[in-house]
Design a protein. Structure first.
Length: 217
């Protein structure tokens, strides 16, 4: 076995959630009378949590904290009804998870998506798989790229960071895994490109979920 555990990012790594996020984002903008963005622009808006998503899509860069809270609440209400409509695991992901679990590896999810939505997504899209931890962005825990969540998962797994592979699709993910002392795998099928993963010191960059298995088992 080449590692003992893996931590996965969610949006853009396990799940293609781009359209549902963009549709909810644009519906939020419409609700407040702001112009919409193309779906593809959300590849760069998503990744650092809901508050940052709102700061990036709302034209008034100086939105006050109270206003941001209102945007976040509205987005939350819209997304609560639609997070699963067009989202799905990327091709080969269910097989990858089955292969890693069958090999006896411990698996976890660490996302900057709000914690409740992260849990709903994992329960809905991967009902038959058991993850040691499923963490979204939680009150009182610094979001990625802070390694706090990743370090908490290492402890829950009873492993050391060097025994874990951290798999994600963005600079934030590579920074998180690297600063937690893990080997990082950047995935090319997600929201960002090869250069971003390389520039942020991905240990390996892969283009299929089967390659993740080959580095783990
Ligand atoms: O929703 C977000 O901001 C990001 O989620 P991720 O950390 O799973 O990519």
């Amino acid at each position: 076995m080449k590692c003992k555990g893996l931590i996965f990012d969610l949006d853009g790594t396990l799940l293609d959630t781009l359209e549902d996020l963009a549709i909810a984002g644009n519906a939020t903008l419409e609700h407040f009378g702001f112009p919409a963005h193309p779906v593809d622009a959300y590849r760069y808006f998503v990744g650092e949590g809901l508050k940052t998503l709102m700061q990036r899509i709302i034209p008034a860069a100086d939105a006050s904290d109270d206003q941001l809270l209102e945007y976040m609440n509205t987005f939350g209400k819209i997304y609560a009804k639609s997070w699963h409509v067009r989202s799905a695991p990327y091709k080969g992901i269910p097989e990858m998870i089955t292969a890693l679990s069958s090999a006896g590896l411990q698996l976890a999810v660490l996302s900057n998506k709000p914690h409740e939505f992260t849990k709903h997504c994992v329960e809905y899209f991967f009902p038959e798989h058991s993850f040691v931890c499923v963490f979204g962005q939680r009150e009182g825990v610094a979001k990625k790229p802070d390694p706090a969540g990743a370090i908490e998962i290492v402890e829950k797994m009873g492993l050391v960071a060097g025994e874990i592979l951290y798999v994600g699709d963005t600079a934030t993910d590579m920074q998180t895994g690297n600063s937690a002392g893990m080997r990082t795998i950047g995935v090319e099928w997600g929201f960002r490109d090869h250069a971003e993963l390389q520039n942020n010191n991905a240990w390996k960059i892969v283009s299929t979920p089967a390659e993740v298995v080959s580095y783990a088992v």
